[in-house]
Design a protein around this ligand. Structure first.
Ligand SMILES: NC(=O)C1=CN([C@@H]2O[C@H](COP(=O)(O)OP(=O)(O)OC[C@H]3O[C@@H](n4cnc5c(N)ncnc54)[C@H](OP(=O)(O)O)[C@@H]3O)[C@@H](O)[C@H]2O)C=CC1
Ligand SMILES: CC(C)(CO)C(=O)C(=O)O
Length: 346
């Protein structure tokens, strides 16, 4: 049987690892001692469709044991599920797990995590994975998928059969899985959705409550318009990842509340507790992925002479909280909109 190792036992890593284990796949999770203790009774996985699955017999590899030379730990599929901010360190730590034929799967939001792995492991196949759905920890040992979409694995000419088989093995209602040859386009489309992350982190409320306030929606729309200018200049056709095509999202988000509620009922069919991964980071005083999300747009914008003042400004705001003892109490929507609208591209 092919073997899987999940490197980074957080929200996505544990959901994926729990699902693989419950499907009977040979799976090990690499995690820190505290997480190991938390997961010692296994995992309960649920979703917004009322699926429930238990993964009782999780198998672990302790981070501190990776370099012990007594046994070989290479695997067929190495799923890297750390945040973008942890990818550099992870690329060092995974060394004992990477054999000649190991396929490395990079599961980060944003752009560029695969480049770090490709540089470090030029002989290996490195594929990108897009995770569209939200995972939250309901309580220790219970993870919940709160929104829709299929985890999508990049497929290349060389890996067509392998990935097709993998998708067949993993695709279930609890965690839909599919594949694509057009990962660059898909990651830009996902990045467009992730422009809600920084606004959600600063608003300090659930995503659904955030989208109910027009001023927050106007901020997200401004961030998205800049992304769309960049993708247009790059000649990237964004695939449709939401009910409303990406190019129309800024328009729909900008509608007055009564029209938005009419048009966007599918967008609002979202678990009322869902918060974005950046909210979790900021609320726990961790460094966020802002440089790999909004920062990626600003960087490409610079290369193409496209100003991205709204994204620049929101990056600055997030960083003031990252580097501060002051806890974010939540920026009111009118104040956030005023800050973003007054932005100049510095
Ligand atoms: N959460 C979500 O709903 C979604 C997340 N994503 C994306 O998926 C990726 C993963 O996110 P998420 O699961 O939320 O992140 P988490 O922070 O929940 O999980 C990452 C885990 O990896 C651990 N880790 C980091 N570095 C190492 C290391 N060197 N050795 C061992 N463990 C390590 C972290 O531990 P520690 O914190 O102690 O460093 C943490 O437990 C991100 O790019 C995110 O944007 C995409 C869609 C939805
Ligand atoms: C699923 C989504 C868009 C929102 O939860 C996300 O990617 C994140 O939280 O980082």
């Amino acid at each position: 049987m092919q073997s899987h190792i999940i490197f980074g036992a957080g929200l996505i890593g544990c959901f994926l690892g729990g699902r693989l284990t419950s499907l009977g796949r040979d799976t090990k999770l690499v995690c820190r001692p505290l997480i190991h203790k938390k997961l010692s009774n296994g995992l309960k996985l649920t979703d917004y469709l009322d699926n429930t699955v238990y993964a009782k017999n999780l198998d672990f590899l302790a981070l501190e044991d990776l370099n012990k030379k007594d046994e070989h730990k290479f695997c067929d599929f190495l799923w890297v599920t750390v945040k973008c901010t942890g990818v550099d360190q992870a690329s060092e730590d995974i060394y004992p797990l990477v054999g000649r034929d190991t396929i490395i799967l990079c599961c980060q939001n944003g752009l560029g995590s695969d480049q770090v792995m490709k540089q470090k492991y030029p002989q290996n196949t490195v594929l990108r994975v897009m995770v569209p759905f939200n995972v939250a920890e309901i309580k220790p040992g219970h993870l919940h998928r709160g929104s829709e979409g299929a985890l999508t694995i990049e497929v290349t000419y060389k890996t067509e059969n392998i990935i097709e088989n993998l998708v067949k093995q993993l695709n279930t209602s609890l965690m839909p899985v599919t594949q694509t040859k057009e990962m660059k386009e898909l990651l830009w489309a996902k990045l467009q959705l992730n422009l809600g992350n920084s606004v959600n982190a600063l608003a300090n409320i659930p995503v659904k409550a955030m989208l109910q306030q027009r001023n927050y929606r106007l901020v997200i729309a401004a961030l998205m318009r800049e992304l769309l200018s960049v993708t247009r200049a790059l000649d990237i056709q964004l695939p449709k990842v939401t009910a409303v095509p990406g190019k129309y999202l800024p328009f729909v988000l900008s509608l007055p509340d009564f029209l938005f509620n009419l048009v966007a009922n599918k967008m609002m069919a979202i678990d009322p507790t869902v918060r974005t991964s950046m909210w979790w980071d900021l609320s726990q005083g961790k460094k966020t992925e802002i440089d790999y999300l909004n920062g990626a747009i600003v960087n490409v914008g610079k290369e193409m002479n496209i100003a991205c003042p709204a994204n620049n400004n929101i990056i600055r705001l997030i960083k003031t909280f990252e580097n501060s003892e002051i806890k974010n109490q939540g920026i009111p929507s009118s104040k956030l909109l005023a800050t973003i609208s007054n932005s100049t591209d510095k």
